[in-house]
Design a protein around this ligand. Sequence first.
Ligand SMILES: Cc1cc2nc3c(=O)[nH]c(=O)nc-3n(C[C@H](O)[C@H](O)[C@H](O)COP(=O)(O)O)c2cc1C
Length: 168
Amino acid sequence: VAPADECLRLLMSRREVREYLPRPVPEELVMEVLEAGRVAGSAKNRQPWSFILVRDPERLAELSRFGQSAQHLARAAFGVVIVRSDEYFQDPFDAGRAAQNMMLAAHMLGLGSCPISLHNQEGARRFLGVPEGYVVQVCIAFGFAAPRAPRGKLLRRPLEELLHFERW
Ligand SMILES: Cc1cc2nc3c(=O)[nH]c(=O)nc-3n(C[C@H](O)[C@H](O)[C@H](O)COP(=O)(O)O)c2cc1C
């Protein structure tokens, strides 16, 4: 296991990557990313997710049309669509845990990633063949990051603004 400060550095340094090299990602890395999603914890251990791995460049380009800000999906090495059940109020949270696990694992493996909303839910569902009763939660684009200019400042609300003690 990497030292704690190295793990924290990785966690804190992860940013969305929207430009990818046109370089395939080895199968072992793809599987490690998926494995990280699989082992995520979930409420009552329900594991309410399924993952759809999309690697065909034509399908990635088609899938990108179901999002409003998804152009980068067409240039990704692969995409993972997280589909979840719609039965328990914590299902969305659990889908997010699987997603974050995959993105952090990707970062540790030297891959960039970015979550993508598929606003046209019905279109995406039909395109992917997802049965009724399941929600297409999010798609994540993955790939080796293209070299580019240093990223902008990390824009996050300060802790003083969002943290409450003992009660709101
Ligand atoms: C659920 C979710 C959906 C997102 N959808 C998109 C998207 O459709 N397109 C996109 O470019 N970024 C998308 N993002 C990325 C956010 O814009 C990004 O996390 C946020 O701006 C912070 O970026 P930073 O870590 O680079 O500062 C999404 C993020 C989340 C968590």
